[in-house]
Design a protein around this ligand. Sequence first.
Ligand code: NAD
Length: 279
Amino acid sequence: MTKVIEFKDKVVVVTGAGGIICGCLAKEFAKAGAKVALLDLNETAAQVFVDEIIKEGGVAKAYQANVLSKENLEEVRQQVLKDFGPTDILINGAGGNNPKATTDNEFHELNLPSETKTFFDLDEAGIRFVFDLNYLGTLLPTQVFTQDMLGRTGANIINVSSMNAYTPLTKIPAYSGAKSAISNLTQWLAVHFSKVGIRCNAIAPGFLVTNQNHALLFDETGQPTARANKILTNTPMGRFGEAEELVGSVFFLADESLASFVNGVVLPIDGGFSAYSGV
Ligand code: NAD
């Protein structure tokens, strides 16, 4: 079968679209003919991608949006309805970790220096921030934008989970737990909306270099950190992924003619990381 995937005139809402991954997805949806609404807390960051899309002849608009404010999301929904019409595809991309919810060490040990940030020092507000941003920040946009997707052919949601949803990564318990909750919510939504025409799936990207993890992966001289080397050793393909390498899987999940019976899956795109035991 040869098929050119296109999303001509589909309305695609992308949250976190000012970021590297979702900005890239937004651009590719626009190239495939979609009308793309780029939502981000940082409207300026989203506008950079919109400018690129428009320059290439695509249709897109940036919206200042906070995925943690239902009231704000409702306002944005009304604007998107006016600008482009009802949403066909929702990409819940906004998410991330917080240093206050990250331990300094992989393993707790006796007699650590007093300045070490251990599990016992993790900040409650930081943990709450991470759970809110990732979990509520996926649930609230879904509550708001699926209202326009009910009963429409081809409507679907794509959430962004992570490798740490399968097995938690060291140091980041809140982010791991919150992404696990997103995989779980993906299945819940797939079931819940199965009678009203909305599919829900997720991608679980492996390790990509983006704004939020750059400092964890490279030192000031640009050399990979010990953690980055560990990731590379545990990624059988031996390299980081690129945002562009997520596009094919997202298009597949989003395209009704290819994935009309695919519902509730979390698709790893990870160079083999999740398949590898390390031995
Ligand atoms: P990024 O930091 O480049 O982009 C995240 C975007 O979300 C930013 O533009 C930020 O302004 C926006 N944002 C933050 N809080 C928001 C809020 N309250 N409301 C609206 N927008 C908000 O991150 P990225 O690496 O491109 O990550 C995108 C998604 O992919 C996230 O969910 C992340 O957890 C996930 N992910 C990333 C990786 C990776 O290796 N980078 C791996 C797996 C999953």
